[in-house]
Design a protein around this ligand. Structure first.
Ligand SMILES: [Zn+2]
Length: 283
């Protein structure tokens, strides 16, 4: 796919997300979801390692105070690191061994404490505003092409019955998809998770220190571009309306374009192979 086409698609996705966010239907949803904290890359990774299917997390008391929900009995917390800064008076002479005056200076110190958070699926109480993310089952072939692709990348894909709030998740080398979703939905879920596998489980993304907002926007944008290529309508704008705060997708253009191009190249070559196989069988 040409760079120009990808850029156009990303621009239009950006606009569509803004439109969803400003719609009255979405305002209620946004009010609920905007109360979640946007975790750092390190904490997002800590959450992923302990509970890969987690989507929206908050602390035990926050669930009660902000969302009128409570953590279900027996649920295990997810440990993350919260920074605490405090100010301390330090003698200047300690900072600079040459001076012997007794003046003090205020310095800021930061330390990290383990705190526990819980995923939305571990809580119950006031209903969560629902977003219709269902896709019509218009394409039953793409999932097979994508499974083929995952295989070529040595990424394992499994299907499991997951709760309704979870579509799928990845954890570096392994992807789990909700078996209750239809084939078209499964393709779009797999595409999103494959993007995570390529973009967010390596040293580069670690050094970029991407927030959850950016991670989700990048992965879903890749899914959006690929789905568009196969003429599948997507709910990417609705999904990303939950995550977008201020990030402009175009800032990730190169990363998104590189991944979509290499995946599409692979899919198209394989599609050709399949077609020519069918042709020769038909003869
Ligand atoms: Zn994701």
């Amino acid at each position: 796919m040409s760079k120009k086409k990808t850029a156009q698609l990303l621009e239009s996705l950006n606009e569509r997300i803004d439109k969803v966010q400003s719609s009255s239907e979405f305002k209620k949803v946004l009010k609920f979801f905007s109360k979640f904290h946007n975790y750092s890359y390190q904490n997002s990774m800590l959450i992923l390692m302990q509970k890969p299917e987690a989507s929206f997390v908050a602390g035990y008391r926050q669930w009660q105070k902000k969302f009128n929900r409570h953590v279900k009995k027996g649920e295990k917390g997810i440990a993350i690191l919260a920074p605490f800064t405090y100010k301390k008076e330090v003698k200047k002479s300690n900072l600079n061994s040459n001076s012997d005056d007794e003046e003090t200076e205020e310095v800021k110190r930061t330390y990290f404490n383990t705190v526990y958070v819980f995923d939305i699926s571990q809580t119950e109480g006031e209903p969560v505003p629902e977003l219709d993310m269902k896709l019509e089952n218009t394409n039953k072939e793409l999932i097979n092409l994508l499974l083929n692709y995952a295989d070529s990348q040595e990424i394992e894909v499994g299907f499991k019955p997951l709760s309704d709030t979870i579509e799928g998740y990845s954890r570096g080398g392994e992807i789990i998809i909700n078996e209750k979703a239809n084939e078209t939905e499964q393709a779009s879920i797999l595409m999103h998770e494959l993007a995570h596998e390529h973009m967010h489980f390596n040293n580069e993304s670690n050094s970029l220190n991407l927030s959850k907002e950016i991670i989700e926007m990048e992965a879903e944008a890749v899914a959006f571009v690929v789905m568009d290529y196969f003429d599948i309508e997507s709910k990417s704008d609705k999904y990303l309306a939950l995550y977008k705060e201020s990030y402009d997708l175009m800032e990730s253009f190169k990363r998104i374009n590189d991944v979509t191009s290499s995946i599409l190249d692979h899919l198209l070559v394989n599609e050709e192979k399949e077609d020519s196989k069918k042709d020769s069988e038909n003869k």
